[in-house]
Design a protein around this ligand. Structure first.
Ligand code: ADP
Length: 397
């Protein structure tokens, strides 16, 4: 089956066409500036060069049409016609408490996703627009919704409740949901597979360190805790997000700087994290280079970042009463040996350490702990698109 995987944002749309039997990526690409001047599609057929085409995309329906045109193009296409696309898998950010797994999209499912819009006002409406655009352009092609929150729905109440008046949970469902679930699910399963074990026999901590970063405790195959919360702002320090802070800081800074709550929210999401701390960059390649040149703030940002990751690993080892595997994934986790090494320095008490001779890994699967260690530390590249394609294929068969 050929599965079109769609990740739709408010003004952009990422796609991959994946053959579910061979798991090969036939083509991938990105539509940018949807609804704006200068919109374009960047399309990369497998094994060929990227082609960029400017084309008007007043809305997402035009973007989906541009994707179909690119996929079926005589020169750059990878299939002959729309009929060779068997199903569409949509990445949906928030499934609230309604979705603990992926589902085939029906009108009822669309309504239920829309009911979660409040919880992810920037993402869910855009995801829905993507689904509706596909419905228009490819009527009759089955579609599946894969939720970022679903894998975390197994968390117990004690892990997802906040210390707030219960009525906010009753009225507005204010609780921890967690994100990157597709990645935590994929990486924990793959880590066990690489070790020749089943996930159901292991206690695994997954550190998804990308631009957004989160960590999760997967106890015998089930997520029991994760660091992101009601929104993706909680938990680890990220590229531009602050992660955990004293909530009273919000009012303190609002008064000092004469800012509104929503202005502070923007600062906490877009101007904080390692970028705000270091005044250098949100990109860890830049941070590391700055640290090597003696930049004290870059060093402080990296030290604070890795200290926070190590604290969460300790917390989740406590939550699971032990840990067998620690897996690093996503852009930083897969590529940045320094971050892995700095984090590893805190893990001796658990029986985990990093063998520096194995730590020079960039995007490959690897075991990087010392032989004989009680805990296995691994690098396991994530592949959210493949996970979405697999789930879509299994649901529409
Ligand atoms: P997202 O999917 O959240 O946008 P990614 O998982 O792709 O993010 O991670 C992107 C980040 O990974 C970059 O901002 C950068 O900090 C980091 N990164 C990518 N490549 C490297 C590398 N070779 N060394 C260190 N960090 C890297």
């Amino acid at each position: 089956m050929n599965i079109l995987v769609i990740n739709c944002g408010s003004s952009s749309l990422k796609y991959q066409l994946i053959n579910s039997e061979s798991e090969a990526v036939l083509a991938k690409g990105l539509c940018e500036r949807i609804g704006m001047e200068g919109s374009c599609i960047k399309h990369t057929p497998s094994g060929k060069d990227k082609v960029t085409k400017e084309t008007p995309m007043p809305d997402h329906t035009y973007a989906i049409q541009a994707v179909i045109d690119a996929l079926t193009d005589a020169e750059h296409g990878v299939v002959k016609s729309l009929s060779e696309i068997d199903a569409v898998g949509h990445r949906i950010v928030h499934g609230g408490e309604k979705f603990a797994k992926s589902v085939v999209i029906t009108d009822e499912v669309l309504d239920a996703i829309a009911e979660c819009n409040d919880l992810a006002p920037l993402h869910n409406p855009a995801n829905l627009i993507g689904i509706n655009a596909c419905k228009k352009i490819m009527p009759g092609v089955p579609m599946v919704a894969v939720f970022d929150t679903a894998f975390h729905q197994t968390m117990p109440e004690k892990a997802y409740m906040y210390g707030l008046p219960y009525e906010y949970y009753e009225k507005y469902k204010v609780r921890r949901y967690g994100f990157h679930g597709t990645s935590h699910d994929f990486v924990s399963a793959r880590a066990a597979e690489i070790l020749g074990k089943t996930r159901e026999d292991l206690k695994i901590i997954v550190c998804h360190l990308g631009n957004g970063a989160s960590i999760s405790a997967v106890d015998h195959g089930k997520c029991v805790d994760t660091s992101m919360g009601l929104t993706p702002l909680e938990g680890l320090i990220m590229g531009t997000r602050c992660g955990d802070i004293d909530p009273a800081i919000i009012e303190f800074i609002a008064k000092k700087e004469n800012l509104s709550i929503s202005e502070i929210n923007t600062i906490m999401n877009k101007k904080s994290g390692v970028e705000g701390m270091s005044k250098v960059s949100s990109d860890f390649r830049d941070l590391s280079a700055a640290m090597d040149q003696g930049n004290a703030l870059a060093k402080m940002a990296l030290e604070t970042y890795t200290y926070r990751v190590a604290k969460y690993i300790g917390a989740y080892a406590a939550a699971m009463n032990g840990v067998d595997v620690i897996a690093f994934t996503a852009g930083i986790g897969e590529n940045d040996g320094r971050v892995r090494s700095m984090t590893g320095k805190y893990l001796g008490y658990l029986g985990a350490s990093i063998d520096e001779s194995k730590n020079n890994v960039h995007g490959d699967e690897a075991i990087i702990s010392n032989e004989g260690d009680k805990v296995t530390v691994m690098v396991v590249p994530t592949n959210e698109e493949l996970a979405i394609a697999r789930q879509t294929a299994s649901l529409v068969k």
